[in-house]
Design a protein around this ligand. Structure first.
Ligand code: XMP
Length: 514
């Protein structure tokens, strides 16, 4: 039987991946497609329901993202959110225009709790609004089912056609009962039963991988990050020692990280696979000597990585399959799924590396969001420490050292970073920021140590909260913790005499410190 599916049609809003995540949190599988996707294709996927997302445009302006009226005649329930709600009304003959009062932020919404959509929701509920336009007149056949002081149609329904429109954003956590509203839509309106579960994902993936791989040989580049680790364990569960994992230690990892990866995946670890660790530190340091420009460092590290990996792959001989830890946001952000404006250059989706001789690529996590990958990791028994590891860039500490990279500087930043992580864990804060780390500024300045004058480096500490890493805010780390980290770094790490905390948001800053 086919897995039931909800389709999110993306009109370019910033919360669109969140919509799909929230639906999956209801145990219902969900995929994102651009509004440009052919309606025939959408229909062929036999969705149980369709959700139209928010977006930055005004639906009545020329050239604004739109959809055909036929979308509402598929016989599939449709829920429009914000822009999606306005577009539904606009296309079906209602009137949308600039609102006399722009609503932004938390707003109290009065909802009709006798409707299926707002079943069990409190009559006066706090929701997140962000709109300049509003629905002035509903399309015919619709009834208003929620309003606010400034917004006469905060939600509307046409039950005979199974169409629903919501002006606010149920997908963001500030909408206190948003999860309940989406749950009502997918279960009570679309009739989903909730067949999306991580244990069954593991079971079905293992079976599918076995069928695909047969007796073939599989190669995986293991970085020690969450995605490649989970992919490797899934493959090892499916085909055991037909899998070879190559782990390149480029000398730009965090303190002890190489050994930690080896402990889990190496011959003394619990998994059945061939593990090859390549200690290529010297090679990378040599190539990086004297290079200060961050993009050039990235390029050198990337190319050298490929070369090392290629040499190892040649030793193994012909392999049949190459494993990649691509996950769903990579697919969407590469423009293959939704309408995301920002395309990250370091995501290698669909591009097949030509330096290894193989038949086919396997991407077992291609349909999963990060939190689902983590759940699969736990399901597979991977240690929590690894499963909840924070994101770490491929070029590693190479882009956390401003200016040229040397072995001594790598040691400094490794030590400082380890202290920072230790103290954050001791304070119970290690899972709070989405990413945090120490970096080495290229600044040296005068200090005093005992009776001596010093002229040493400054370490920068960074910690950010973010939903999608496209924008981020600096985390408010308690002063005492920052003080403890600072004291320990200046006392324990030689050649560091100052510690700075970076409170810049992104934009205008970036997450990394390079
Ligand atoms: P920025 O610094 O671009 O970081 O705000 C956003 C997220 O992307 C990660 N990042 C990278 N990851 N290779 C990677 O694999 C890279 O070159 C790279 N640059 C940034 C960064 O760690 C953060 O999570």
């Amino acid at each position: 039987m086919d897995r039931e599916k909800i389709i999110v049609i993306d009109f370019g809003g910033q919360y669109n991946q969140l919509v799909a995540r929230r639906v999956r949190e209801c145990s219902v599988y969900c995929e994102i497609y651009s509004y440009r996707t052919d309606l025939k294709q959408i229909k062929a996927m036999k969705p149980k329901g369709i959700i139209l997302t928010g977006g930055p445009n005004s639906c009545y302006e020329e050239g604004a993202p739109s959809c055909g009226e036929e979308l509402f005649d598929l016989g599939v329930p449709v829920l429009g959110l914000c822009y999606g709600a306005q577009l539904m009304m606009h296309v079906l003959g209602g009137h949308v225009c600039k609102a006399p009062v722009r609503e932004y932020g938390r707003v109290e919404v009065m909802v009709d709790t006798s409707t299926k959509l707002f079943h069990d929701v409190t009559p006066l509920t706090v929701c997140w609004m962000s709109h300049n336009d509003y629905i002035k007149k509903m399309a015919s056949g619709f009834r208003m089912i929620a309003h606010t002081a400034d917004c006469p149609v905060a939600a509307a329904q046409n039950t005979s056609r199974n169409l629903y429109a919501i002006q606010f954003h149920p997908e963001v956590l500030h909408t206190v009962e948003g999860a309940k509203i989406l749950h009502n839509f997918v279960y009570d309106i679309c009739g989903c039963v909730g067949d999306w579960r991580m244990d069954s994902f593991v079971e079905t993936s293992v079976q599918a991988i076995r069928r695909k791989v047969g007796q073939g040989k599989v190669l995986c580049a293991l970085s020690g990050g969450v995605d490649s680790s989970v992919a490797a364990v899934l493959l090892s569960r499916a085909v055991g020692s037909q899998l070879t994992c190559v782990f390149v230690d480029h000398g730009l990892l965090r303190k002890n990280e190489g050994d930690e990866v080896e402990e889990v995946f190496g011959p003394n670890g619990p998994y059945d696979l061939h593990f090859i660790r390549v200690n290529a530190q010297e090679r990378f340091y040599r190539k990086l000597a004297g290079v200060a420009e961050p993009e050039e460092k990235r390029k050198i590290i990337g190319e050298e990585f490929i070369r090392v990996f290629e040499e190892e792959a040649k030793k193994i001989g012909k392999v049949d399959f190459l494993v990649q830890g691509t996950i769903y946001p990579d697919v969407v952000e590469s423009g293959l799924g939704g309408e995301s404006a920002v395309i990250k250059s370091h995501h290698n989706v669909g591009g097949l590396p030509d330096y290894v001789d193989f038949k086919e690529i396997i991407e077992p996590l291609r349909d999963l969001f990060k939190d689902e990958v983590r759940r699969v990791g736990l399901e597979l028994g991977i240690p929590e420490k690894l499963v909840f590891r924070q994101p770490f860039p491929g070029p590693g500490l190479g882009i956390r050292i401003i200016g040229d990279v040397t072995e001594e500087k790598v040691k400094m930043v490794q030590e400082a970073d380890a202290i920072y992580r230790e103290e954050m864990a001791a304070a119970g804060l290690d899972r709070l920021p989405d990413q945090y780390f120490a970096a080495l500024t290229n600044m040296r300045s005068v200090g005093v140590m005992g009776d001596e004058r010093t002229y040493d480096y400054a370490i920068a500490l960074r910690a950010v909260n973010t939903v999608d890493f496209m924008t981020a805010e600096a985390s408010q780390i308690p002063w005492e913790v920052l003080q403890r980290v600072t004291n320990r770094i200046v006392n324990e790490v030689s050649h560091v005499n100052r510690v700075l905390y970076d409170i810049t948001s992104k934009p205008p800053g970036t997450v990394e410190f390079e």
